[in-house]
Write a protein that binds this ligand. Structure first.
Ligand code: FAD
Length: 187
C-alpha cells in the first residue's frame, strides 16, 4: 500500500463554523485508534459521496502534527466551484462516516532552515497552522505574514496572534495593507 492511495475510515466528530465563509471539520478514526502521523503542510483527499457521484477534494491538515487523535481541516465555501466545498458545508454533520486518504505532503518544511519566512493569503493559511505548531514545538524560528480581505474574514488570525504574538503580521485588503516583499526578502 502506498501513501496517498491508502484510505482511512473516519467519522466526523465535530463541525465548527469559523466565519461567514469557513467551517472547520474534525475527523476521528472509526476504530478509535490514533490517526497516522503527518508533518506540517500535509493534506488529505476527502471523499464525498454526493448522490450518485463521488467528489475528491484535497484539504490541508491544520491541527498540530503532535496530536493524532483527530485530524482537522477548514473548508472555505466556494459558491462557483464544482460543488465539493458546498457539499462539505451543507451535507457534512457530526456522526457522518467518511473516507479520507492517508496524509500526503507536497509542501513540507525544510528543517535545515535557520528561519522560516511564511507568506499566507486567505484560506491558504491552513497548512501554516500545522507548520507553525510543528515549528513552535521544536523551538523553530519563523515569521508568518498573513493577508486577509477583512479582519472578520481573517481565518484563525486571532488564534495565531494569541499563540505566536509578534511573530505573526497581519495585512488587511480593506485597509490597503500590503506585504512589503522587497523589504522582507532583502532582510
Ligand atoms: C493541496 C491542496 C490543499 C488544499 N487545502 C485547502 C484547505 O485547507 N481549505 C480549502 O478551503 N481549500 C483547500 N484546497 C482547495 C480545495 O481542494 C477545493 O478546490 C475547494 O474547496 C473548492 O472546491 P469545490 O469543489 O467547491 O470547487 P472546485 O471545483 O475545486 O473549484 C475551485 C475553483 O476553480 C474554478 N473552477 C472549477 N471548475 C472550473 C471549470 N470547469 N472551469 C473554470 N474554472 C473552474 C472556480 O473558479 C472555482 O472557484 C486545497 C487544494 C489543494 C490542491
Amino acid at each position: 500500500m502506498s501513501t496517498g492511495t491508502t484510505k482511512l475510515d473516519v467519522v466526523v466528530s465535530d463541525v465548527v463554523p469559523v466565519n461567514d465563509l469557513v467551517t472547520r471539520f474534525h475527523f476521528r478514526r472509526r476504530d478509535g485508534e490514533l490517526l497516522p502521523t503527518f508533518s506540517g503542510g500535509a493534506h488529505v483527499v476527502v471523499e464525498m459521496r454526493d448522490s450518485d457521484r463521488t467528489r475528491l477534494n484535497p484539504y490541508s491538515l491544520m491541527g498540530s502534527p503532535l496530536d493524532t487523535r483527530e485530524y482537522t481541516i477548514s473548508v472555505r465555501r466556494d459558491d462557483v466551484g464544482r460543488g465539493g466545498s458546498l457539499f462539505m458545508h451543507r451535507q457534512v454533520k457530526p456522526g457522518l462516516e467518511m473516507v479520507i486518504s492517508y496524509p500526503v505532503n507536497l509542501f513540507s518544511l525544510d528543517l535545515r532552515a535557520k528561519k522560516h519566512l511564511m507568506l499566507a493569503g486567505g484560506i491558504g493559511i491552513t497548512p501554516f497552522m500545522a507548520q507553525t505548531s510543528q515549528l513552535a514545538a521544536a523551538g523553530g524560528n519563523f515569521e508568518l505574514h498573513y493577508t486577509c480581505r477583512t479582519a472578520s474574514l481573517g481565518t484563525y488570525a486571532d488564534v495565531l496572534q494569541q499563540r505566536y504574538g509578534s511573530r505573526v503580521k497581519l495585512y488587511h485588503d480593506d485597509r490597503e495593507e500590503r506585504i512589503d516583499l522587497d523589504r522582507l526578502l532583502s532582510s
